[in-house]
Design a protein around this ligand. Sequence first.
Ligand SMILES: [Zn+2]
Length: 126
Amino acid sequence: MQVLEHEPTNTKAQYRLAKVLSLRNEFEEAEKLLRQVLEVENTPAMRRELALVQRELKRIEQQQRQQFGGMFDRLATEQGGLYQEQDIKKRLEDERQSRMRKCTICDIEVEDVQYARHMIKAHSSK
Ligand SMILES: [Zn+2]
């Protein structure tokens, strides 16, 4: 018997959840989901969704840079280079990760402070 890898229902649910997440500015989670969707359903519409989410992620990263008041640029000139910048990015990412917890239902990572809201918004609809 052939195993169906294509699971339209699951994909649809993931896509819907990704839309909800991006509406709530949770773009990293949305991106993660859309990538999963794309593995099954690589359509122009899905690629467009992913591109939109990635554009938002980029915008947020730029905002973060501004918030950190030139820390990137300063260190980059002091120590010379991309490595430092990646190092800071990694530290920021680690710090962010420490505030994340994994949803027990949909298995995506949600920021700690938004976890309760996620459970209600994403999983309470019948
Ligand atoms: Zn969830």
